[in-house]
Structure formats: C-alpha cells, structure tokens
Design a protein around this ligand. Sequence first.
Ligand code: SAM
Length: 226
Amino acid sequence: MVDFSQQRAALVKQLITEGIVKSDKVKNALMRVPREEFIPSNYREWAYVDSPLPIGHGQTISAPHMVALMTELLDPEPGDIVLEVGTGSGYQAAVLAEIVAKNAPLKKGRVYTIERIPELAEFARENLRRTKYIDYVIVVVGDGTKGYLDAAPYDKIIVTAAAPSIPQPLIEQLKPGGRIVIPVGDMYYQRLLVVSKRIDGSLNIHKDTWCVFVPLIGEYGWRVQY
Ligand code: SAM
C-alpha cells in the first residue's frame, strides 16, 4: 500500500526547501488536498513526483511546483471570488477552494472554474465530489478566454493554459485591486505574468518565471488546435 500522506508531506517539505512554497496558507492547502484523487488510476502512484501527468484528451494536471508557485503569486485570500480558466483535473481549483472557502467558513469565497472539454469538466466534478470540494467549486463548460460573466467581477483570476496574450475579457472581469496569473508566450515556451489591476483600472505587469503549458484554445487565445 502506498502511503500517499507521507509522500505528500515529503513533497511539500521539498517545495518549502526550494523556496517555492512561502506562505502557511499555500503549505496548508497543499497538505490538505489529496493530489492522488485528481489523477487517473494508471498514473496515481506518481501523484507526488513533482511532474505534470496526463489526464486524458491530450491534457495534463500541472506539476505540484507550478501549482504551488501560481497559488503563491495569485495570493488568494479567504472570501475571494476566484475564476480559474482550465479546470483539467480540478486539483488547482481544490487548492484554491481550501484557501478562499473551505477554511474560511464565515466568508463567502468561491472558485469558478471553466473547461472547454466537457469530458474533463465531468472528470473534475467527480474528483471534486469525492474529495468534498464540490460545495465550494463551480465547474463550467465553455471558452474561458471569454471569462465567465455570470459570476464576474473576480478578485483573482488564474489561467492554467498558455495564452498568446492576456485575453481582454479577463481584464474586464477583474475587480480593481484584483490580480491575474497567466502564462503568456508562444506555443512552446511562456512567461508567467502577474497582472495587477490598479484602482484606476490601469495594469501593472510583473514577469515571473519561464514555464511550459498546454495551449489556451479559444476566441481570445489560440484559434486552432495544433
Ligand atoms: N488546472 C488544471 C489542473 O489542476 O488539473 C490543469 C490545467 S491543464 C494544464 C489546461 C487545461 O486548460 C486543459 O484541461 C485544457 O482543456 C483547458 N483549456 C484550454 N483552453 C481552454 C479554454 N479556452 N477555456 C477553458 N479551458 C481551456
């Protein structure tokens, strides 16, 4: 029998040593969300290897260090309304839900997450149901490059697929004072951007690390599958 909780603790310790996990809130969220529950059974034994893994339909669950880094950069707060573009397995959404909602019962935090592949949205829903995050996460099928107007505006927006540029609807659906974390670049290599919207609506863009994501496909993303 694999002891996943021991492996999870070892990986989180490693991410702290590497300086990727910095805050208690991200550390606690990574410790609480069982990544093995978001991975197809044939890859489950590798749940705590720090690597992306296939989830079907040519897509991946991001590597733990990337989830940790993006969550630190996003800086979600209890009570935040968050939009994630690129649900995939639902794991990143669960990590966010830990911080904004599950551990903040008196605040009305929520995670809206949008996925373009219906089968993956259903896979994520099942994973979130089994792990009891479904009460805090709303999974929507659609083109997330257009955002999700029904629940806008958002305190934070995270995009977990590679965009050619920052989709304008996401900027419009972000609250003043809010933040977007998004990989932007070409189809092979991107830069993680932290986009802060000032109170007057102007943007400050910080370029963080280089990264590699699957493409963001949609009206304000890449227009064709390649
Ligand atoms: N955050 C996910 C997780 O925790 O498993 C990993 C996301 S995976 C790297 C990127 C996902 O973005 C894929 O599932 C892909 O289908 C999805 N995607 C690509 N373009 C999209 C779009 N325009 N709207 C919504 N989802 C999109």
